[in-house]
Write a protein that binds this ligand. Structure first.
Ligand SMILES: C[S@@+](CC[C@H](N)C(=O)[O-])C[C@H]1O[C@@H](n2cnc3c(N)ncnc32)[C@H](O)[C@@H]1O
Length: 420
């Protein structure tokens, strides 16, 4: 678990000091997919925060509820923003109930709200991991009932108040999950397409390429358009949280609606400024062989408010228009987990190598894949192989530099591992 530092959160030695004060600092734990915490750290620091601790699946900082709201609005690579309420030693479910009951839940959750408790339990005395969640839920609603005469409903939906617990060994942390549904669920993908990338992963891939909108970006094999849409959002400085009208923090008593509106207006101004002609990003081109995917991508881009920044076309990737003067190409071909697909995919990956060599001089090409055998079929020298996780699948973002003029990409036979 993370190193902890001073916080306002309840701890049994000092007790809880009066009403919840949303302007005092507590620990904010921001979670992310495995392997993305360095990228998340950079994002958090770019917003002016100081990261206190980093882990494979998250970062920690000191912050208040306003900070948590701001992070929910702006972060691209995060899953959830968690606001620490309490940390205490805990050995049994009864002790858990007692400690959780001490928190001033009546100051946090309106009695007419809906509550969902989720937890990660890793303690030897507990087999049924649902049981602690039930104890926490009981402790919260019993306390609110006692103090106010009414109690919130509870269930599995993460659309209202979400309380999140980590119980590891003999220590327990209770957080308010201020996001509810993951920050990475941006709500723009309305039409399903096979094997879409999670939005936070797509954003991390685009940020890794160093893309900032100043050069052309080409996404052949765009599928539902996630990479192109995230790129357009980055280029136009559109805060991803502007696309959502529901976060868990809005359902708590710690929510300041005026402040949230102010933050949204401020973020909107930045975006509008970038929308002006002089700031317009260079061309973003998204294509796919499947016309249904292209239509889905176009509609998703429309929902995300960036359709005007992306040029769509249905074609084989090799026929995608490559603007003159260099830029970035990002491809996410299938990587065939089913038997029988591999032979076809080997041919496809070899064609990607030919496409890079023959049509993409002056570009930096990236291939995101979870299959190293297929990656070798590209047959070009990688200048970097950046590890990522797509769910539980270990993947790589392979970087190929196609020099213009005489410094051609060196061709290697099945040895993308040879350079790094
Ligand atoms: C893994 S999916 C991409 C998913 C995408 N990154 C997303 O987030 O939705 C691979 C895509 O490659 C497309 N594709 C396969 N062969 C192609 C080809 N020869 N030319 C262009 N697109 C192709 C498929 O139609 C599919 O949409």
């Amino acid at each position: 678990m993370f190193r902890r530092f001073h916080s306002i959160a309840y701890c049994p030695q000092s007790g809880y000091s009066g009403r919840m004060n949303t302007t005092d600092k507590t620990t904010l734990l921001i979670t992310c997919a495995r392997g993305l915490s360095e990228m998340l750290r950079a994002e958090v620091e770019a917003l002016g925060f100081t990261v206190q601790a980093s882990h494979d699946t998250g970062v920690e900082l000191a912050g208040d509820m306003a900070d948590a709201m701001r992070l929910n609005l702006h972060l691209r690579t995060a899953f959830n923003v968690l606001y620490l309420l309490a940390e205490f030693p805990c050995r049994t479910p009864d002790q858990l109930y007692r400690e959780v009951s001490k928190l001033p839940w009546e100051d946090i959750i309106p009695s007419n709200e809906y509550l969902c408790v989720v937890g990660r339990i890793d303690t030897p005395s507990i087999d049924n991991t649902m049981y602690p969640n039930l104890k926490i839920k009981d402790a919260i609603v019993d306390r609110i009932l006692k103090k106010t005469g009414a109690r919130p409903d509870s269930g599995k939906e993460r659309t209202h108040v979400v309380v999140q617990a980590y119980w590891k060994g003999d220590r327990c942390w209770i957080y308010l999950n201020t996001s509810g549904q993951k920050v990475s669920d941006r709500n723009y993908r309305k039409l399903p397409v096979a094997a879409p990338l999670r939005e936070s992963l797509a954003a991390a891939i685009i940020l890794t390429t160093g893309y900032d909108g100043s050069q052309p970006l080409v996404c052949p094999m765009c599928g539902s358009g996630t990479l192109a849409i995230e790129a357009a959002l980055i280029a136009s400085r559109r805060a991803p949280g502007l696309m959502r009208d529901n976060f868990s923090f809005m359902h708590t008593k710690l929510y300041d609606a005026d402040l949230w509106q102010q933050m949204r207006t401020e973020a909107g101004k930045q975006h509008k400024k970038r929308g002006k002609a002089e700031y317009r990003p260079s061309r973003i081109i998204a294509t796919d062989l499947d016309p249904t995917a292209v239509e889905a991508a176009r509609r998703n881009a429309m929902t995300a408010g960036v359709e005007h920044l992306i040029e769509f076309a249905a074609c084989d990737f090799a026929d995608t228009e490559i603007p003159d003067g260099g830029g970035i190409i990002v491809m996410n071909p299938e990587y065939g987990m089913r038997l029988g697909e591999l032979d076809e995919l080997k041919v496809l990956y070899a064609r990607i190598g030919d496409f890079f060599k023959q049509k993409c001089a002056g570009y930096i090409g990236y291939v995101f894949t979870g299959n190293y055998e297929l990656a070798k079929k590209v047959g070009l020298r990688t200048s970097r192989r950046i590890p990522f996780f797509n769910g539980s699948i270990e993947c790589r973002l392979l970087k190929y530099e196609m020099y213009a003029g005489t410094r051609k990409q060196k061709e290697t036979k099945d040895t993308p591992d040879s350079t790094d």
